[in-house]
Design a protein around this ligand. Structure first.
Ligand code: PLP
Length: 457
């Protein structure tokens, strides 16, 4: 079974074949120099593995600034950016409102380790506009939010096992760096060195979109499963859109078994709508985790649930969870400024409409030319897949060989001033700063690059 997480660690080893593109490569001299230095300081030269460009051609670009939908690298190349810091920047880079609010709050100090009014303000913005949760706790990353949500579920239910899905990513917490073993329902196998087997033994892994596997897991591990965790819009291993009816089935089977349903909305939260995937599908999970967009580009995560379940969290209850910089005022300020913009009338209608137009016309282009290429999309998230399958709902259905085409597309796009995340398993994001003119330019670059990709076979 293919495992993209592991792929991120190892990338493709060996010599890079000589590449001849449709136009000369952009200059990467300064980036290459910086990368050489970085390799002496950081494992693989990076502070997060997928940044290392292991799955695409060349070495990573070092970014020096961003503005609106653009970024500039150390060699002054300009790109239209569809990575958007992996999702947080739904308003684009260096948004004036966010920058001004952060700058203002910073004048009063960076951190106190004591409560501030800003935490209330961000919590109020979230809770007043989200009918699925009643109380939240701020943390400093998506990983931390998920880790805490898992502990909360275990503490609340007094059960140990959790169930996750192959192809969903939930950050780098031990018990979730687990992939499916063989067989329909299995204990997981660790997908990272350093994760004790005993942890993986508490994690059950099943395929997405497979009701039978779920049913079987709940029979085999009756009264043992504390929580099922899912990305309701799985967007870390391609975009594996699930049917609403399947998510409803999941909700149902959890309720029947007194198992908590956790929606990991670190990507989908505030992205497909202010209420995220829960709002999009109108399904109420028991716990929701947020990250990325919630912090406006600064490190913020949070988990939320009912008053009753959140009552288990320390100091109210027995589940311990803490953080020196949790609710940090500067990060809260960024979150407040960003989420306030999202609450403006028509924000999502405009953004999603623009995204739909963009992805539709790329799909029309590819279809007209009979290219084996699909744009999967929801809201302002898109995924380019070199496939002729109408839908892909599970990780196993992605053809690893198709990634060779992505590598070419990625390089051709960089050479035409368009930046995608450096892996074919990653989705792209459109921000409100991507205006029509820039999207038109990006489209043209994508058309030319696709023509080149498909002329090579
Ligand atoms: C990004 C992500 C995480 C991890 O968040 P970090 O802030 O990188 O720790 C967890 N879950 C999902 C669904 C994510 O997309």
């Amino acid at each position: 079974m293919f495992d993209s997480i592991k792929k991120m660690f190892t990338g493709n080893e060996g010599e890079e074949p000589v590449y001849t593109g449709s136009k000369p490569d952009i200059s990467r001299e300064k980036s290459a120099e910086l990368f050489e230095k970085a390799k002496a300081y950081f494992p693989g030269g990076v502070n997060s593995p997928v940044r290392a460009f292991k799955s695409v051609h060349g070495t990573p670009l070092f970014i020096q600034k961003g503005d609106g939908c653009h970024i500039w690298d150390a060699d002054d190349n300009q790109f239209i950016d569809f990575c958007c810091s992996w999702g947080p920047l739904i308003l684009g880079h260096n948004n004036t409102k966010v920058r001004e609010k952060v700058t203002e709050v910073m004048q009063n100090g960076m951190s106190f380790g004591a409560p501030t009014a800003l935490e209330n303000e961000l919590a109020e913005l979230i809770l007043k506009n989200n009918k699925f949760i009643e109380k939240i706790r701020f943390v400093s990353s998506g990983t931390e939010a998920v880790m805490s949500a898992i502990r909360l579920a275990r503490g609340y239910t007094r059960r140990d096992k959790i169930l996750k899905f192959e192809g969903c990513y939930h950050g780098h917490t031990d018990s979730l760096l687990v992939k499916a073993g063989s067989g329909l329902v299995t204990f997981g196998e660790t997908s990272s060195a350093g994760v004790p087997k005993a942890f993986a033994d508490e994690t059950i892994v099943v395929s997405l979109n497979d009701k039978e596997a779920l049913k079987e897991a709940f029979i085999e591990f009756k009264d043992q499963i504390a929580a099922v965790i899912i990305e309701p819009i799985p967007a870390n291993n391609g975009l594996l859109l699930q049917e609403k009816e399947y998510l409803e089935f999941l909700r149902d089977i959890c309720t029947k078994n007194d198992t908590l349903l956790i929606f990991d909305e670190v990507i989908s939260g505030f992205r497909v709508g202010f209420e995220g995937a829960a709002g999009y599908y109108q399904i109420k999970p028991d716990i929701i985790t947020y990250g990325k967009i919630i912090g406006g580009g600064l490190p913020v995560g949070c988990y939320g649930s009912s008053k009753e379940i959140m009552g288990s969290i320390s100091p109210e209850g027995p589940v311990y969870q803490a953080g020196t910089l949790s609710g940090n005022p500067v990060a809260m300020a960024a979150g407040i400024a960003q989420l306030s913009e999202l609450l403006r009338m028509g924000f999502y209608r405009d953004l999603n409409g623009k995204a739909e137009e963009f992805t539709d016309s790329i799909q029309r282009f590819a279809t007209a030319r009979n290219y084996k290429f699909k744009v999967f999309t929801i809201g302002s998230i898109f995924w380019f897949a070199f496939t002729d399958q109408e839908v892909i709902r599970k990780a196993e259905d992605i053809d690893p060989a198709s990634m060779d085409k992505f590598k070419v597309l990625h390089r051709e796009l960089l050479n035409r001033g368009v930046y995608l995340g450096p892996s074919g398993y990653e989705v792209g994001f459109i921000s409100s700063a991507h205006n029509k003119i820039e999207l038109e330019k990006a489209k043209r670059a994508i058309f030319e690059s696709l023509d080149f990709v498909f002329s090579r076979q």
